[in-house]
Design a protein. Structure first.
Lengths: 242, 305
């Protein structure tokens, strides 16, 4: 974990209530896709934990949903705004576990960590397949970005207004040998039940600190209590207690 | 050269800054961030007789200038703390540690304290009779002077280490509880634990916390905590550890002027992981600014007759 100052380089809307922000700063603590950063916002006591979508040596890109006052204020941050951020939090997706044909399943703002995971898998010479789920056409984002990586990409909407109608758990198909998933817990459960392979699931929880100190985000697993922020957010399908 | 040392119930500590229980685990997470030997000491995670998972999630909510938690005393139980956490701590922390203990019966408190009394690295016992997040225990002892005295006596009979009773602010007269603990033999008083609070999710029209209510902490509670430290200082002669929303060297000095011998920092550690280290580093300059050359000499300095 590293605490440092980042500068907003870009901040723009992607879909309904969904924004993308690129932050320039020291990204050396980020080691795996699926990790998150914890952002201090003026006037709010707790930091805002947001998953990493993509990163390089100079900047990190996050995609965030406007859920409350804090994230609403983030939408008004202009280029040059300086933010105090903890980076390199959580375990992230261990791509060494992933097979050649790994399904990357993202639901809503569970999609962003799948993008960094796709890039990591491609760099390892693997051939991931993206399954991106949204409620409706107005919520869809990053389809083109996944395709631009050369990744086979399926889009699913709950109301059928775009792509295949239904839930991501109904669009897993066949021929995959592993999966990585991030999204609402009901989606993760449905994916876990429907999947025919082993896989990794990334969970969300209200956090106090984000680095394992307060045990505010504990869950039970087959191997004892785990902190979503420090021991997770990624757990194996096999260890999850639903 | 400012002298930051204070004597905490017979043990001299290098400075009065102590991370509060429940915000610092058993030290390991913060030891990865900085050398925790800079601390006066720290109060480890509230430990009970048996292992506890704690409450269901969500356990955390935010409020203006603070937060609510309803963790519910998650801990591995005293046996594992002794067999795993303390040996691991010994490698990274070379000072006496404060053992924070909670329970659900007077026997529980005595059992856990008796075990921790045998641990060399434990310098003090901080007995939490004020946890608002568990049922049939914790706070029920801390809101009744008679029950608070009974726990104090039970713990004192099984240990020779100094015992600090950690009090709840969710009472009408905290000084009366403190006096009751002092009369029962307590070596010191810690205050305040969290204030019972609540938040409701507008979309779900339901409490945010699965436990419905939780303990409020953070800068928002600082004036309440300060006032209670001031009141307790006037009522007892034993040392006080003041806590509640402390987040700067100035806050530490303010707490000490109100009557605290040492000061715990809790919620601040969670949002500013280097806070305790930074407060300690800032103390000498802030002391000089206010003409303090010996920090211990200012304890209770705001009480004038």
């Amino acid at each position: 974990m590293k605490q440092s100052l980042f500068t907003v380089a870009e901040n723009r809307p992607l879909a309904k209530d969904v924004w993308q922000m690129t932050l320039r700063g020291d990204t050396s603590a980020i080691t795996a896709p699926g990790q998150f950063i914890n952002i201090k916002l003026a006037g709010h006591f707790l930091r805002r934990p947001i998953s990493v979508c993509d990163w390089n040596d100079e900047s990190v890109t996050i995609i965030y949903k406007v859920l409350g006052k804090g994230t609403d204020e983030m939408t008004r941050m202009t280029e040059g705004t300086v933010l105090d951020i903890l980076t390199g939090l959580g375990n992230g997706f261990d791509t060494a576990k992933c097979g050649d044909k790994t399904l990357l399943i993202g639901g809503g703002v569970g999609v962003p960590p799948m993008y960094g995971t796709a890039k990591r898998l491609l760099s390892e010479g693997k051939h991931p397949i993206a399954v991106l789920g949204f409620n409706s056409k107005c919520d869809v984002f990053y389809e083109e970005e996944f395709r631009a990586l050369g990744v086979e990409t399926r889009v699913v909407t709950v109301d059928g207004s775009y792509g295949q109608k239904g839930f991501v758990s109904e669009a897993l198909g066949e021929g995959y040998d592993y999966f990585c998933a991030c999204g609402p817990v009901a989606m993760l459960k449905a994916v876990s039940d429907a999947s025919t392979s082993d896989g990794l699931l990334s969970f969300e929880e209200r956090m106090g600190c984000g680095f394992g100190a307060c045990v505010g985000c504990t869950c039970k697993t087959k191997y004892g209590n785990k902190r979503i922020c420090k021991d997770g957010p990624v757990l194996t399908k096999e260890e999850v207690v639903w | 050269m400012v002298n930051l040392k204070v004597n905490l119930a017979g043990i001299e500590i290098d400075n009065p800054v102590i991370p509060a229980s429940g915000t610092f685990g058993y030290g390991q997470e913060f030891a990865q961030l900085y050398d925790i030997n800079c601390l006066g000491t720290f109060s480890f995670k509230g430990t009970t007789r048996d292992p506890r998972y704690g409450n269901p999630t969500p356990r955390i909510a935010e409020c203006p200038s603070g937060m609510l938690n309803a963790v519910g005393l998650q801990n591995p139980g005293v046996d594992k703390v002794i067999s795993e956490e303390l040996p691991a701590l010994k490698k990274i922390f070379h000072k006496p540690v404060m053992a924070n203990v909670s329970g659900f019966s007077i026997d529980d408190y005595a059992y856990t304290c008796e075990k921790l009394d045998k641990e060399e690295q434990v310098g003090w016992l901080e007995v939490n009779i004020s946890c608002p997040n568990v049922h049939n225990g914790g706070m029920s002892f801390g809101v009744d002077p008679v029950a608070a005295a009974e726990v104090t006596r039970a713990v004192k009979s099984v240990t020779k280490k100094p015992v600090f009773m950690k009090l709840s602010p969710n009472v009408t007269d905290i000084a009366a509880i403190a006096v009751s603990c002092e009369e029962a033999g307590a070596d010191g008083i810690s205050l305040i634990n969290t204030l019972l609070g609540m938040r409701i999710d507008l979309k779900r029209r339901a409490p945010i916390l699965a436990n419905k209510m939780g303990g409020m902490s953070g800068p928002a509670v600082f004036p309440v905590a300060l006032r209670m430290v001031y009141q307790v200082y006037e009522a007892v002669k034993i040392p006080i550890i003041g806590m509640g929303g402390v987040s700067s060297a100035e806050d530490v000095i303010e707490m000490m002027l109100a009557g605290a011998t040492a000061v715990e920092i809790g919620a601040g550690n969670l949002t500013e992981p280097y806070l305790c280290r930074d407060v300690i580093a800032a103390l000498p300059a802030v002391c000089e600014k206010y003409g303090i050359d010996n920090l211990e000499s200012i304890i209770g300095g705001a009480h004038h007759g």
